[in-house]
Write a protein that binds this ligand. Structure first.
Ligand code: ZN
Length: 230
């Protein structure tokens, strides 16, 4: 009886997904499954609060709200090489700003689920035509972290200096993905400790791509990461 109940329950859940986005026919089953799992994951998170920047970009920290945010930007997900190489996903305004494209790297790269989710939300931010699709900024050359090491892509290990892979505002694609990740790390109530640790790790990494000092300072304040001055 209990088994029957749980089968029924999962059937009901499956028939009522949080997300309305449609997959195009060229998305193979494994990729579709992975993305569906990832969307279902973010579609059920809950947090009692969110930081002011999160409130501004996404609203409250909860799954149905994230689903609504995504669905108002992306109507379909298809498969595309996204320019080839190591790209994971993209929005190609010429093909319609409300279509997202994913590459086989989405399932072939080994990264935590919450980091894949952040890629999906990064790309969804690029759908905003009214904001010039939030184009990237060019990373400086040289591009060093606080320890003097070259900043590299957490996804591919590639050097980021001189690449169009940075942001000058908290509201761009990298900035908003950082806000999402850091809020999951700080405020998600029903995420396990692995998810929160992964979100923190990737959030800090993405924060490193925000190169405007004022933008970065505002984000550090938002995340409660400012050190007290003596
Ligand atoms: Zn981007």
């Amino acid at each position: 009886m209990q088994k029957l109940l749980s089968v029924l329950l999962s059937a009901i859940l499956f028939s009522a997904p949080a997300f309305a986005v449609k997959f195009e026919a060229n998305v193979d089953p494994a990729l579709r499954q992975q993305m569906t799992d990832d969307l279902n994951f973010i579609g059920q998170v809950q947090g009692p609060q969110a930081t002011p920047l999160h409130q501004k970009v996404f609203g409250a920290l909860n799954g149905p709200n994230y689903a609504k945010w995504f669905d108002s930007r992306i109507v379909s997900i298809g498969k595309n090489a996204c320019g080839g190489g190591k790209a994971v996903a993209c929005v190609i305004p010429m093909l319609g700003s409300n279509r997202m494209w994913v590459t086989p790297n989405y399932t072939q790269f080994s990264h935590p689920q919450i980091s894949r989710v952040s890629v999906i939300y990064h790309e969804a931010r690029h759908s905003e035509v009214q904001n010039g699709n939030w184009s990237h900024a060019t990373c400086p050359t040289p591009f060093k972290d606080a320890n003097g090491n070259d900043v590299k892509s957490v996804w591919t290990g590639a050097l980021l200096q001189g690449e169009p892979a940075c942001d000058v505002t908290p509201f761009g694609s990298y900035g908003s993905a950082t806000i999402l990740l850091k809020n999951i790390a700080i405020n998600c109530a029903n995420c396990n400790s692995k998810v929160r640790a992964d979100a923190n790790l990737y959030g800090n990494d993405q924060l490193g791509r925000v190169i405007n000092p004022q933008a970065k300072a505002a984000m550090l304040t938002d995340f409660g990461m400012n050190r007290r001055r003596r």
